[in-house]
Design a protein around this ligand. Sequence first.
Ligand SMILES: [Mg+2]
Length: 321
Amino acid sequence: MQRGFFLGVPGLDVAALRLKFRGSMLGTGVGDALGRPLEGGVFRLVVEQPEFDGRYTDDTEMMIGVAESLVEVGGFDGEHMARTFMRNYDPDLDRAVRRYGPGPPTVFRLIERGERWDAASRRLFGGEGSFGNGAAMRIAPVGLLYFDEPEALRKITEQSSLITHAHPLGVEGAVVQAYAVALAVKSKPPSLNPREFLEELEAFTREEVYREALREAALLLDERADRRKVVSALGNGVEAFRSVPTAIYCFAANAESFEKTVLYAISLGGDTDTIGAMAGAISGAYHGEEKIPSEWVRKLENADYIASLADRLLELKLKQQ
Ligand SMILES: [Mg+2]
C-alpha cells in the first residue's frame, strides 16, 4: 500500500491508522470502564477524579468478540460471531462485572438450542426485537474495518447487529455509530468540523428518528447547551436512539480532546458505561491511542490484548486492499 492511499487523506498512512484503530478499541474500553461505576446515576456536573479500577463491562467484552470474529474469519460470518459472543460470555463474571442486559444471554440460550444466529433475536420483546444500544456499543471494529467502504459498513453492521438486536432502530443505531467511527478515522486532528460531522451522519442514516436527533445535536452544539438540556433533548438511556446521538454529541462538543469527550459522556448519567464506550470509540478513532491518557490505558483490563486485536484488524484491512 502506498503512503496516504486511503482517500488521499494526507497523513493517513499505516502508522496513523494503527494509532487510530488502537485508539478506537482502547477508547471503547476506557470509556466503558470509566462509566461503569456511575451507571444508572443522575448526571454530575463535574467528574474530576472518576473512580476507576479498569474493569470493563459487556460493551467492551462484546466489542472484543466482534473484532475476534472478524480477524479469525477474515471478514464477517454471523454464525461465527454469535458463537464468539457465546464463547466469551461467563455468567459469573456477568453478574459480578460485565452486567449484560437480559437480551444477549437469552439469545445465546436460543442459539444453543438450535435457533439460527439471525433468527434468535427476533423472538425478543414480543417479536419486535430489541432497540437497545447493545448492537451500537460493540460496533467499533466494523466501523474501523470498513471505514472507507460505506456500503459494506452498513451491510456488515446490520448483519452483526441482528445477532442480538432485530428492531430497525436498534440496528440503525449501530449503523450511525459505526459510521461515526469511520468518519473519525478519516479525519486528521484538528481538521474535523463538528457541525459537518453531524451533517454527514444525518445524510447517511435512513431513519428519521436519528436524522431528527442529529439535527437536535447540531442545535445544542450551536447554543452550547448545558448538560441538563442535552440529557433532556438527546437522552441518556439504554435505547439506541436515546444514547447513540448522545455519544456522538459528546464527541462533537468536545472534539479537541479524548479526555474531555469521555469525562463529559460519563457525567451525563444514565447508561454511562455505554455512552462512555461509544463516545470513547469515536474520539479514540479520531485522536489515536497516543491521545488517550496513558494512566487510563495502563489501568484498563486486557489493554494489551485489545491493542493486539486492533493491530490484527488493521492487518486484515491492509490485506483486503
Ligand atoms: Mg455495559
